[in-house]
Design a protein around this ligand. Structure first.
Ligand code: AHG
Ligand code: MN
Ligand code: MN
Ligand code: MN
Length: 333
């Protein structure tokens, strides 16, 4: 079988569809290279002094793991000097990171969750990196947070790397979703799944059930109906999976269907859900829609939300289309 590399895929995609200008291609390749470096660190584990806590807190009040900080630095360093970016933003940085003056300023803006699934780092369970690419507004000179406040539908590229038994990169530039596997010996990304499609029907759901007592009624109803099994209103048995790394849960859903939920609940109205719109929900929603699935906040399409703050949180329902439509309709009743 002929092997298609990430570079070859991107070049041919540009030739066929003109949707990946050279500067965007180089930007994606730099992000992919940074993910390769993160994957290498992840693989070292205790041998690389990367496990455990960094004993610092991020702006969301989460205790940072060493690997959260290391991955953030790897992505910043890799992307600073290429000339494709105007600014970056990350889960692990309070405010945006404009490209330093010593480097040329480019036309794109990069957002990332450098290390997703922090609670799984120290127990050798799959974790990942999520990224989103926006275009800088026309005529922008000095980037500010306001320049990032674009709806997810404006993303020009999004992807994630999953560091699991294999390291994989899943990517969309708005023309379907493709998956690349890292050839660890050669150090190259090889196209291994073309045009991924989320199966429409599913018998699997993913939610953190420990929050059940806090849920809003539409979520309770939706999950209760699935739990009722064959004799319930759904007429079939459902299975539950919860990895607690969004990348790994989404990757399973891309491959065999299912629905992923991190709803808002009744605890704190100022914190709608846990996941962050700009670098978790938006890129995943773009990927899921490009793979034929759906993604909402329970009421509207995630990609249509007008962002207000860099680190804003949002309820997330994504995956197989018919399931996302069902739970969304329960919110509208
Ligand atoms: P992060 O590690 O980047 O802070 O994100 C963690 C997120 C997401 O990956 C996962 O789906 C969710 O948190 C797990 O939450 P629970 O600990 O509530 O299960
Ligand atoms: Mn975190
Ligand atoms: Mn995350
Ligand atoms: Mn993270």
């Amino acid at each position: 079988m002929k092997r298609v590399s990430l570079t070859q895929y991107l070049v041919e995609e540009q030739r066929l569809h003109s949707n990946i200008p050279a500067s965007l291609r180089l930007l994606i390749e730099v992000v992919a290279r940074a993910c390769k470096t993160i994957s290498h660190s992840v693989g070292k584990g205790a041998l690389g002094d990367i496990l455990g806590s960094a004993n610092t807190e991020n702006i969301q009040g989460e205790v940072q793991k060493k690997l959260d900080v290391i991955s953030n630095e790897i992505l910043l360093e890799a992307n600073e000097w290429g000339g494709h970016l105007a600014a970056m933003a990350s889960e692990e940085m309070e405010s945006i990171h404009p490209i330093p003056n010593r480097y040329p300023m480019g036309e794109y803006m990069l957002l990332f969750d450098p290390l997703d699934g922090s609670s799984n780092i120290d127990v050798n369970v799959s974790i990942g990196t999520i990224f989103s690419v926006l275009k800088a507004p026309e005529g922008m000179t000095q980037p500010t947070e306001a320049d990032f406040m674009q709806a997810g539908s404006q993303q020009v590229a999004a992807g994630y790397a999953v560091y699991g038994p294999q390291t994989m990169l899943v990517l969309t530039t708005g023309n379907g979703v493709n998956c690349f596997t890292l050839d660890r010996e050669m150090g190259s990304w090889v196209l291994t799944q073309k045009d991924m499609q989320i199966p429409e029907e599913t018998k699997e759901f993913a939610i953190n059930m420990s929050n059940q007592r806090h849920w809003h009624p539409p979520v309770t109803r939706y999950v209760d109906e699935m739990l009722a099994g064959k004799t319930g209103p759904r007429g079939k048995d459902f299975n539950m999976r919860w990895i607690a790394s969004m990348v790994a849960d989404v990757h399973r859903i891309l491959n065999r269907g299912g629905i992923f939920m991190y709803p808002a609940d009744q605890r704190d109205p100022s914190q709608p859900g846990k996941l962050r719109l700009m670098y978790e929900a938006n890129p995943m929603a773009f990927i899921v829609e490009q793979a034929g699935g759906a993604a909402t906040d329970g009421r509207q399409r995630i990609l249509d939300i007008a962002p207000q703050k860099l680190h804003q949180r949002v309820p997330v329902f994504l995956g197989s289309k018919s399931e996302v439509e069902r739970v969304t309709s329960y919110h509208q009743e």
